[in-house]
Design a protein around this ligand. Structure first.
Ligand SMILES: *Cc1c(COP(=O)(O)O)cnc(C)c1O
Length: 236
């Protein structure tokens, strides 16, 4: 299958699940996760009409974004972010940073955004899977962090992000997404907060994510095929 065929298939699946769940597919945004993909391949995907691209490493994004200028509508940052990379990241004008998981990081983003005289939109990454290997605040910490981040003048916190459980158990994946939705609706009760985005669902679990309420899907493999660098099993 080529990229165009994969994208068509993904869109078809997205529409089917949305319909089945009584949701309007027009409100579900598809972010093409372009990490490890070369510029030429990304251009091919953009030529099919995809508009949103996501990268998870600042250096890799900095290397590729200049060659894609004018071809995408929004660039999103979805990976773990270190404070010392914030300035460089903001120079690439990310429309949304999905992965803020500490007040320290939020303050750094606020500080750099103030210098640029912009308001940076971000999501809080919540670890709803309970897996120690994942970044993100715990569900218990999410509210206090959201309220603290909400006070920063140069940040707009517009939603939540999580990575589903890495398991074949549909029920466990589903409950981790459900937990993110629940945290979001709790936060929504706070007058000063507006929770617009639920960034959840990757190639292997996006249909479950849609059923649970996701409106921002992060898809890599489903669009581009498997990433060569992901292959951990190597025969020497
Ligand atoms: C790589 C990545 C994705 C996309 O993963 P696929 O399984 O290839 O769809 C989504 N979100 C984050 C944070 C990632 O790092």
């Amino acid at each position: 299958m080529d990229i165009k065929e994969r994208i068509d298939e993904v869109k078809e699946r997205l529409c089917q699940v949305a319909k089945r769940s009584g949701r309007d597919a027009d409100y579900i945004r598809l972010l093409a996760v372009t990490k490890t993909q070369p510029v030429e391949i990304i251009k091919e995907a953009l030529a099919t009409g995809l508009e949103f691209i996501g990268e998870n490493k600042v250096q890799e994004a900095a290397d590729k974004i200049p060659y894609l200028e004018g071809l995408y509508r929004e660039f999103h940052f979805i990976g773990h972010l270190q404070s010392n990379k914030v300035k460089k990241l903001l120079s690439l004008q990310p429309a949304l940073i999905h992965s803020v998981d500490s007040l320290h990081l939020a303050q750094k983003i606020d500080e750099e955004a103030a210098k640029l005289d912009i308001i940076q939109e971000i999501l809080l990454q919540v670890n709803t899977s309970g897996e120690a290997s994942k970044y993100g605040v715990t569900p218990a910490e999410a509210k206090s962090l959201a309220l603290a981040v909400g006070k920063l003048a140069h940040i707009k916190m517009s939603g939540l992000m999580s990575i589903g459980r890495f398991t074949g158990h549909e029920g466990e994946i589903r409950s981790s997404f459900r937990e993110l939705m629940k945290i979001g609706s709790e936060l929504q009760k706070e007058e000063e907060l507006e929770i617009k985005w639920y960034s959840m669902g990757m190639s292997n679990d996006f249909e479950i994510a849609i059923e649970e309420g996701a409106n921002l899907l992060r898809l890599g493999t489903a669009i581009f095929g498997s990433r060569p660098k992901d292959e951990k099993c190597q025969i020497r």
